[in-house]
Design a protein around this ligand. Structure first.
Ligand SMILES: C[S@@+](CC[C@H](N)C(=O)[O-])C[C@H]1O[C@@H](n2cnc3c(N)ncnc32)[C@H](O)[C@@H]1O
Length: 258
């Protein structure tokens, strides 16, 4: 201790030589560098905020358990794909997306009906299912099908690329149907239709009650224009036209069955 109660360490600190830290020359810090750093830091939060604004469906979402609905031979015996394709007016020149294609029950039949040179997208979110589908297409010598790896909330189909989208036995598995339908709309060309095939049973049992389906699609502006039972095949086909203009996201309200 020194005089007047000042501790020795405090003097040592004051006496220490000033260290000059190296500085980055000013001319190297450009405004676009700052913007880039800002984007890297902020972008994940911006994206999270954007995806969170869609409401969750007010009912269970079924898990993904299989790349196909059921035995293809039995489905053919009941003329499922033929009837769905007829009802949707699938003929050469129509550009089709098989969304949730799985192992390709619809993809293969679409390819046979539309022939070479047609535009067929087979989309799924499971890379292993798309691998199986690719192997099948190679085996069956079907060329020209465009395989698309989508995301649970975004089919990732190109803008204005689809005249008819077929969603067979998969709607009840979509993590967030409102966001999915919202992000699908730009891929649908003018006059496009969306055909949804499903069972009339609760979503947790791998179906979608038709009234719930109609309400959820209407929430994003899609209008039902056709509905038919597929008996003796399973389930139903519901057909929708997309909205010319999407609603504001905050106006989308989930649906609940009575
Ligand atoms: C029961 S399989 C039906 C396959 C085929 N459509 C059929 O009729 O046999 C459901 C398929 O939908 C896919 N799927 C589930 N959620 C999806 C989503 N959000 N986007 C695209 N595919 C999805 C699954 O990976 C699975 O291949």
């Amino acid at each position: 201790m020194l005089e007047r109660g000042i501790p020795a360490w405090s003097l040592r600190i004051r006496a220490a030589p000033r260290v000059r830290l190296p500085t980055v020359p000013r001319k190297h810090v450009r405004s676009d560098d700052i913007v880039q750093v800002w984007l890297v830091v902020a972008l994940p939060f911006v994206i999270a905020a954007a995806t969170d604004t869609f409401p969750a469906p007010d009912r269970p979402v079924a898990g993904i358990i299989s790349p196909l609905y059921s035995e293809e031979a039995i489905r053919d015996l009941n003329r499922e794909a033929q009837r769905v394709m007829d009802r949707l007016g699938i003929k050469p020149g129509v550009r089709v997306a098989d969304i949730g294609a799985g192992t390709g029950y619809y993809t293969v039949r679409l390819a046979h009906r539309l022939g070479p040179g047609s535009t067929i997208y087979a989309e799924d979110i499971k890379p292993e299912y798309l691998q199986q589908l690719k192997a099948r297409l190679d085996r069956e010598r079907i060329q020209g099908v465009r395989l698309v790896l989508g995301e649970p909330r975004n089919s990732k189909l190109p803008r204005d690329s689809v005249d008819v989208a077929i969603l067979a036995y998969m709607y009840h598995e979509i993590e967030n149907p409102f966001e999915f339908l919202y992000r699908l709309q730009p891929a649908l060309a003018r006059g496009a239709r969306v055909g949804i095939v499903d069972l009339d049973r609760p979503t947790q049992d791998h179906g979608t009650p038709p009234a719930l389906l109609r309400c959820e699609l209407a929430a994003v502006g899609y209008r039902q224009v056709d509905f038919v039972s597929l008996a003796p095949a399973d389930g139903y086909l519901a057909v929708f036209v997309p909205p010319a203009q999407l609603p504001p996201i905050e106006a989308i309200k989930p649906c609940r069955l009575p």
